[in-house]
Write a protein that binds this ligand. Structure first.
Ligand SMILES: Cc1ncc(COP(=O)(O)O)c(C=O)c1O
Length: 410
């Protein structure tokens, strides 16, 4: 294999240009480090956008995947498989839910929520309850249902017509929600912390207020925990620390430690919502993905990883606060929960240029909400690795590239 530039130059023409990856070709990883084809190592504070929860190539996860690959990879849902059954039990034991549906991504998990909401009300004779209320700034995925629920118009342009019966209200504004939730509402869908929208934590009491409103008006409450779930914020699901219990959640990202998987988990009240034949996906709940998820959950317990998220996450929060006030000319502040955090840049700073400069210093981050440099490291990250990542960003902010500072006159 050639250099990063040679490899990209020779092969990028075979792919659609819908992504704009950083100009490095990653080829291996271990723990919180990844390496490119030139042998350069990076500290990975992105973790595949909050996915690689156990770090790269955790030996026990690798072994579990290899073992299952050699035993049985796929059966379809025409047959039971032992791993899907075990994972259903394992996930419902850990959550408010009693039933699980498995799929392959976060978008698909949200599609399942959308269909569940409508079908469940329909089956119970409330055919007028069709509407899904979502939040401005939210992100729920890119399939048509999920992107229609996503509250960011830039993802809708040219994709219309969107799925009808979906409306948006400002995030964090209970009064706005009160004005629209009514007899035609099937469900309210909200992220406990908006991830892609900019690592935005809602005001205290907001989710509990939505719960009370949904109960009062007969609507379901769904949480999108694709990004916040599976330990990312310090509890298994984020809602556990936010004083609210949903009727259903969507999960994906970290659920199988990096192996592609999504899930929807709901309470017993909704167990009849998707009856036989109403919803399906060929790969959903395949034994290989389920074995990866089972191993991930076991390792989370064995290595007490949630405790790590709480202590190291608090440390990251404190370090980012310090960093933001040290560079107050460039940063507005720090925000987030657990190991999902970010530094918000001021409007005159070009986030992509800063991201690239940080990468040049050797740390991988991601951008959320256009202006937030997001840290979503593996959940096994140490204080020392956090300190290293923050120091590399500090170095970047101390000497920002000239093109990262937009002309005030622009
Ligand atoms: C909160 C949330 N929901 C849904 C999705 C979509 O997940 P996927 O890209 O796996 O379809 C994402 C992805 O970033 C997300 O952050």
């Amino acid at each position: 294999m050639g250099t990063n530039e040679e490899t990209i130059g020779a092969l990028r023409g075979h792919l659609l240009p819908n992504y704009q990856p950083a100009p490095v070709v990653l080829t291996r990883g271990r723990g919180c480090r990844v390496e490119d084809v030139e042998g350069r190592s990076y500290l990975d504070m992105c973790a595949g956008i909050a996915v690689v929860s156990l770090g790269h190539s955790h030996p026990k996860l690798v072994a579990a995947i290899a073992e299952q690959a050699g035993r049985l990879m796929h059966t379809s849902n025409l047959y039971w498989n032992d791993k899907q059954l075990a994972l259903g039990e394992e996930l419902t034991r850990r959550t408010f839910g009693t039933r699980a549906f498995f799929c392959n991504s976060g978008a698909e998990a949200n599609e399942a929520l959308l269909k569940l909401a409508r079908k469940w009300h329909h089956l119970h004779g409330r055919v007028e309850r069709r509407e899904i209320v979502c939040m401005d700034g939210s992100f729920h995925g890119r399939t048509m249902g999920a992107v229609s629920m996503t509250g960011q118009p830039k993802y809708h342009v040219g994709m219309e017509p969107l799925v009808p019966g979906i409306r948006h209200v400002p995030f964090g504004d209970l009064e706005a929600l009160r004005a629209v939730v009514g007899p035609t509402t099937a469900a309210v869908l909200v992220e406990p912390v908006q991830g892609e929208g900019g690592v935005t934590v809602p005001p205290p009491g907001y989710l509990a207020g939505i719960r009370a409103l949904c109960d009062e008006r007969g609507a379901l409450l769904f949480l999108d925990e694709v990004q916040t779930g599976i330990g990312r914020t310090g509890t298994f699901l984020a809602h556990e620390q936010l004083d609210v219990t949903p009727d259903a959640v969507s999960l994906a990202k970290g659920i199988a430690g990096g192996f592609p998987m999504g899930a929807m988990v709901c309470s017993e009240k909704l167990a009849d919502g998707l009856p036989f034949g109403s919803h399906a996906t060929t790969f959903g709940g395949n034994p290989l993905a389920c074995a990866a998820a089972l191993a991930t959950l076991r390792i989370l317990d064995d290595e007490k990883i949630l405790e790590n998220v709480r202590t190291v996450g608090a440390h990251l929060g404190a370090r980012l606060e310090e960093l933001a006030s040290k560079h107050a000319d460039l940063c507005e502040g720090a925000r987030g929960l657990g190991l999902l955090r970010g530094v918000s840049l001021r409007a005159h700073v070009d986030a992509r240029a800063m991201l690239m400069a940080a990468q040049g210093q050797g740390v991988l981050l991601s951008i959320a909400g256009g202006r937030v440099l997001r840290f979503s490291p593996p959940l096994v990250v140490t204080r020392e690795e956090i300190d290293e990542g923050v120091a590399l960003l500090d170095r970047t902010l101390s000497a920002p590239p000239a093109h990262a500072i937009k002309d005030a006159a622009e």
